[in-house]
Design a protein around this ligand. Structure first.
Ligand SMILES: Cc1cc2nc3c(=O)[nH]c(=O)nc-3n(C[C@H](O)[C@H](O)[C@H](O)COP(=O)(O)OP(=O)(O)OC[C@H]3O[C@@H](n4cnc5c(N)ncnc54)[C@H](O)[C@@H]3O)c2cc1C
Length: 399
């Protein structure tokens, strides 16, 4: 399909301003590969992992073999760099099988990408290849108990003493926490300087002075561990500071647009999976002597779900495309994350409704989709924060 519109979603030929909704050959091949992997290695086990809070580390090794652990890493550091758009397609496909694994992978790639971008030569060579080839798993630690949406108010302290820093304090909500080998941690080096007083450190799991607190007992995303990090006089060599002192918050923010697009893609994948289960169920379930899908009230629900999924998905692709082109993408990334996660919450709730009692029990995956996807409205910046970002961009544009 071609039109003369210039602000659409050019999938077929990135760089073209003509709207084309077909994937190019590379994207089609990667989607087919990830779809097959998800169908064979993730989807059949997802409810068991959910039931037992099981973290499938071996699956990450298999994803590394497919190049998915180095999607944001240059080739010379063992990466298999993909455009943001192609990466969004990967996350979407993985999330159709299970959201938790897609989220763990997104965090890992965020860490790998940040180290590749902001690390010095020695740091890049020490860690990035091993992250990209799956030997190491990464985690990203910005949030604290009293610093969530207002992350710049974080208090975990990193005090410089000679050739090292002493870290004291605790971090919360760390995805891959306890399982990851490497932690990208934001800590305060200057108490009086707000966001400019935050620095970024890379910290290995077995560092003395670092312990892991409680694992959160969550409503969903059970196979993704979320854990507290506790630092007690934890000595980190200055060589493990990433970037300059005071640059930590900027490093954390630099991966936000990509991270938000990933979460939008993941939410879109979960919504599509929920829709498919609900549609198929209504075709076979009979009540009042006919299939549910023959009732117009049900058809309208399915039509609304499909429309909203498609709109959210296209916005995710557009945000990814803009980021790939080096265009201003922050507002679009916020819109994509917000719309896709709100849509996914609505669609998964409707999917449970369409299955009736069967939707509320674990025989079908829709209750898991609904429990899992709720967090997409909360992390990577809550959807209220996304709306603040969007409104700020819109108002600045006209001021
Ligand atoms: C499962 C899970 C995994 C996570 N993984 C990570 C991770 O790997 N690394 C990491 O660093 N963090 C992680 N987080 C933390 C996550 O980013 C925070 O939970 C999120 O930023 C919100 O912070 P908060 O929970 O402190 O909520 P709060 O900031 O206390 O917000 C509470 C409510 O107030 C609203 N609110 C706050 N400020 C405003 C405002 N100005 N205007 C309007 N409404 C407002 C919020 O939108 C929310 O609805 C994770 C969280 C969860 C639940």
């Amino acid at each position: 399909m071609q039109t003369s519109m210039s602000n659409g979603v050019p999938l077929a030929s990135e760089g073209s301003s003509i709207v084309q909704f077909d994937l190019n050959e590379e994207q089609s091949d990667i989607r087919a590969m990830v779809r097959q992997f998800t169908t064979q290695e993730i989807a059949p086990y997802a409810s068991e992992w959910d039931e037992h809070d099981y973290f499938p580390r071996a699956v990450y090794q298999k994803m590394a073999e497919l190049g998915l652990m180095g999607m944001t890493t240059p080739e010379e550091l063992s990466g298999t760099p993909l455009s943001r758009l192609t990466a969004a397609i990967v996350y979407e496909e993985l999330a159709k099988g299970e959201m938790a694994t897609a989220v763990g992978l997104s965090v890992h790639n965020m860490v790998t990408g940040s180290l590749a971008r902001f690390g010095n030569e020695e740091q890049r060579h020490r860690w990035v290849s091993r992250l990209a080839n799956g030997e190491l798993l990464g985690a990203f630690s910005l949030s604290e108990a009293d610093a969530g949406s207002d992350a710049a108010s974080l208090r975990c302290r990193a005090e410089r003493v000679d050739d090292h820093y002493l870290l004291t304090g605790s971090k919360m909500w760390v995805t891959n926490g306890g399982e990851a080998d490497l932690y990208l941690v934001m800590a305060r080096t200057q108490p009086s300087k707000g966001a400019a007083g935050i620095s970024c450190f890379v910290i290995e799991k077995d560092t003395p002075g670092l312990t892991f607190g409680k694992t959160e007992r969550k409503m969903g995303l059970h196979s993704s561990p979320t854990r507290e990090l506790i630092f007690e006089q934890c000595a980190i060599p200055t060589t493990q500071r990433i970037g300059a002192e005071g640059q930590g918050f900027k490093i954390a923010l630099s991966s936000l647009d990509g991270g938000r697009i990933n979460i939008g893609a993941i939410a879109s994948g979960v919504a599509q999976a929920a829709f498919t289960v609900a549609r198929d169920y209504t075709r076979t379930r009979t009540q009042f002597g006919t299939t549910l899908s023959s009732f117009q009230g049900i058809q309208f629900m399915l039509a609304d779900m499909a429309m909203k999924i498609e709109a959210a998905r296209l916005l995710v692709y557009e945000a990814a495309y803009k980021l790939d082109q080096g265009q201003a993408a922050s507002m679009y990334a916020a819109m994509a994350k917000c719309l896709a996660s709100d849509t996914a919450m609505e669609v998964t709730t409707q999917a449970v409704q369409l299955l009736g009692g069967a939707g509320y029990v674990r025989d079908y995956p829709v209750e898991r989709y609904m429990r899992d996807v709720k967090v997409a409205q909360i992390f990577e910046g809550t959807n209220q924060i996304q709306r603040i970002v969007i409104a700020r961009a819109l108002l600045q544009e006209y001021s």
